[in-house]
Design a protein around this ligand. Structure first.
Ligand code: AMP
Length: 496
């Protein structure tokens, strides 16, 4: 029996003489040296009594060592549990209690304040710490633990904007099958150098970006975060980039990002949050290239993608990936093309359930294998999937369903409006009333009431927002998603 995930992603680094990572300072990490680091860390974990199937939690800054820890966990067959470094002590305490990891890896400062019950090794943002000290004296070889395809490789907590954060159990095969599909579809090869500025505690940066690059023996320009200066410095060496929509809006805001600067790039991919039509079009107008938008989530990795060849349709997330089924349903019945309903997905990418939450698992993962991510969508006549929004963001006003996306598209197209977020707020007569939060195009003064009037001609009366405000920027999480829960909390008392 083999360890297929390790064999596919990390074993090929052994003996590789080319760079696997390029760091912000342009320093290169050669594949073979990175493989040795992974093996040394795997030996440290083993020496600390970590067994295959145990969880190892890691709340660490993005660094080559942090990525090597992921590789070491795969080698040893332990379940990697990455946590957002922004989580506070009390948030981390919840994850540790829920997941009961055998080991926590965190930076020295966190180790001092958290004082968790399990053993701790430290890894600081500069690559120092007790984990790395211990690794220095370990052998640079390690025999990977054999694993079954259904054995867990990772436990990834959802961002949990409502209720408790849920731990999605992802198997070796969930990760490997999806990386293989994406690599083929997006034509990644060993000639690619991926500009990687995403965090690695989230599926986008950890699995979509990293797994695809490693699987295809490519190189990653491994940046701690997104900064236009660093991106523009490294862009000439890159062939592809994966990002959240805000990466692209920020690049477009920078006059140094020209057609010429992007001319050598073969692919720009966007996901994790909706890419506005405007951004898609402005990007094409600037660079002559169309961003490829795809759709996925913590529980499934990726489900759909716009085509590599063929039309990349703005405002859509493309077609189901090969081997992945996507249907639109209402009360479990499949709806025809053009009708909006719940998105359901099934395939080798779909997770094994939520850790310690059998009821949540039963509610969201049907016995026939279809998972309900809580997103609403529809297929257009050409089979492109349109995400209409989160089901929990659906507004029910006076008994009528209102899809925020329909209003947001109209608002975004209104002159002077840069972005919008439409939410439902408690209302004494209507149950919920529609409320719009707007941002203005730089240098424009927006009159919210005037903006709302422009909707009247094109929308049925029950959909009209009852009020709107203009803010400097919309609240977003680390992945660029607009946090409608924050807006609902802030404006919750608006209608009394
Ligand atoms: P996460 O689990 O943090 O990756 O969040 C997954 C959620 O992000 C999905 O259920 C969608 O609501 C949203 N999402 C991901 N990609 C897209 C996209 N391309 N367009 C719109 N929403 C997206």
């Amino acid at each position: 029996m083999a360890n297929l995930l390790f064999d596919a992603l990390f074993a090929p680094l052994n003996g590789r003489t080319s760079a696997v990572l390029i760091l912000p300072c342009d320093r290169e990490i050669i594949g073979d040296a990175f493989h040795a680091q992974i093996c040394r860390i795997a030996n440290v974990l083993h020496l600390n009594g970590i067994q295959p199937g145990d969880r190892v939690a890691a709340q660490i800054t993005k660094s080559p060592e942090a990525l090597a820890l992921y590789g070491a966990c795969v080698a040893l067959g332990v379940v990697f549990l990455p946590l957002n470094p922004a989580y506070t002590d009390s948030e981390v305490a919840y994850f540790l209690t829920d997941a009961t990891p055998r080991l926590l890896v965190c930076d020295s400062a966190r180790a001092a304040t958290l004082a968790p019950e399990m053993p701790v090794l430290t890894l600081n943002s500069d690559g120092s710490g007790t984990l790395i000290d211990a690794a220095k004296t370990q052998p640079a070889t390690f025999t990977p633990t054999p694993r079954q395809p259904d054995d867990l490789a990772a436990l990834l907590y959802t961002s949990g904007t409502t209720g408790r954060s849920k731990g999605a159990m992802l198997s070796q095969d969930n990760l490997l099958s999806n990386a293989q599909t994406l690599a083929r579809l997006w034509r990644f090869t060993s000639n690619d150098t991926l500009l990687h500025a995403l965090p690695i505690f989230h599926t986008h940066g950890l699995f979509v970006a990293t797994n695809v690059a490693l699987l295809t023996h490519g190189t990653m320009i491994f940046l701690p975060n997104f900064h236009p200066d660093t991106i523009l410095h490294h862009l000439p060496r890159a062939t592809a980039m994966m990002g959240v929509p805000t990466f692209y809006t920020r690049l477009l805001d920078d006059p140094r990002f020209t057609k010429q600067a992007a001319a050598h790039m073969r692919l720009f991919i966007s996901g994790s949050a909706p890419l506005l039509h405007d951004t898609h079009r402005a990007f094409e107008a600037r660079t002559g290239q169309k961003i490829l938008e795809r759709y996925g989530m913590t529980e499934t990795n990726m489900n759909t993608s716009n085509p590599y060849m063929g039309e990349r349709r703005a405002g859509t997330v493309g077609h189901p990936l090969p081997g992945v089924e996507v249907k639109i349903t209402e009360n479990g019945e499949t709806l025809p093309q053009g009708k909006t309903g719940m998105i359901e997905v099934r395939g080798p990418n779909v997770f094994k359930g939520y850790w310690n939450m059998p009821d949540k698992t039963a509610a969201e993962l049907r016995p026939d294998g279809f998972f309900l991510p809580g997103d609403l969508g529809l297929f257009d006549a050409d089979g492109y999937l349109h995400i209409v929004g989160r089901q929990k963001d659906l507004i029910i006003s006076g008994g009528f369903n209102i899809y925020p996306k329909e209003l947001e598209l109209l608002l975004d197209a209104t002159p002077g409006v840069a972005e919008s977020a439409v939410i439902g707020l408690p209302h004494p007569d209507f149950g919920e009333a529609v409320f719009a939060v707007l941002t203005a195009v730089a240098g424009t003064r927006l009159d919210p009431d005037q903006v709302l009037k422009t909707l009247h001609a094109s929308l049925a009366r029950f959909k009209h927002p009852k009020a709107a405000v203009v803010v400097n920027e919309l609240p977003r999480n680390a992945m660029g998603k607009v946090q409608k829960n924050v807006l609902r909390a802030e404006y919750g008392g608006w209608f009394g």
